[in-house]
Ligand binder design. Sequence first.
Ligand code: KG4
Ligand code: ZN
Length: 336
Amino acid sequence: MYILGMESSCDETSAAVVEYNDGKFSVKSDIIASQIETHRLYGGVVPEIASRAHIEAISKITYEALDEANIKLSDLDAIAVTSHPGLIGALLVGVNFAKSLAFANNIPLVSVNHINGHIAAAYLACEDLKPPYLALVVSGGHTNIFSVEGYRDFKIISSTRDDAVGEAFDKIGRVIGMPYPGGAAMDKLAYEGDKNALKFPSPALKDSLDFSFSGIKTAALNYINGANQRGDEINRADLAASYTEAICSGIVKQVDGAISLSGHKTLVMAGGVAANSHLRSHLEKLCKERGVRFIYPPINLCGDNGAMIAAAGLFEYLDGMRADTSLNASASDDGN
Ligand code: KG4
Ligand code: ZN
């Protein structure tokens, strides 16, 4: 069967065709129209501009996705669309486009939670992945650890109490002069510095498995402001290396705790920050020590994309979930 996945929750408009046969996924196309260059001018995503850019791109990329997959609309068995969480105006574009396409052409529609979509990217990367497993979601908007107990059954183990890890990278990246979003540039720069040069507070809370990134972010800002006031030169590479080390160690600590708590023998890492090479090697080491299998999607499936929404939508579809014309977008994690 063929499923069209549509994503417009933030600053990427994406449409993808995924084929599912005999329990196996195959990505036939995954077209992504990124708005990063547009938002870069402002140092972050401007919601109103994002919504307008989604409107301009969505029809074109949908037909591009069908063309590249070499199928027609009538070949689709289902359309899956991100309905939550995200920027409300941006989500509404995808939801309304998908509703029109589905109901005008009599194609079943399913609604997908964007976070579950990130996790489902792992099924595209790893054919034999099956629940139960532990999932770490690290993105620009989320930092969570879930116990995934079924294809549609997610128990939350850990959340951030404030900022997401991607925001923590992007904010400090911006202050030291990197273009938005700074995450990938921070990743690269960290190789050139000494990870022990500066001490930052851990984002891992002591009394729970939750995270807080506001302390480390403020500590880095104070360090930068202090150095600027004294007229001292900042060693950007040492800052990036030490900051990355503190973030990675904090995540490792909480994932270690979550492995003990859940007893799961597989860890999936997903979301835009799953592209971070330092985090990958820290977690690889932890998983080796703990005898846990470690799975993460290739970089093109870590950031927002339609294929991951199609994969998550497939499990919704197989369980009989269907969205009707009343489907609405929601900014919140639980879709309410
Ligand atoms: O999943 P995503 O595309 O969008 C959300 O759902 O939020 O994640 C975007 C985030 C941005 O904060 C970006 O800086 C970060 O992923 N990111 C990285 C890397 N590549 C992307 N952060 C750290 N290291 C990277 N290599
Ligand atoms: Zn995302």
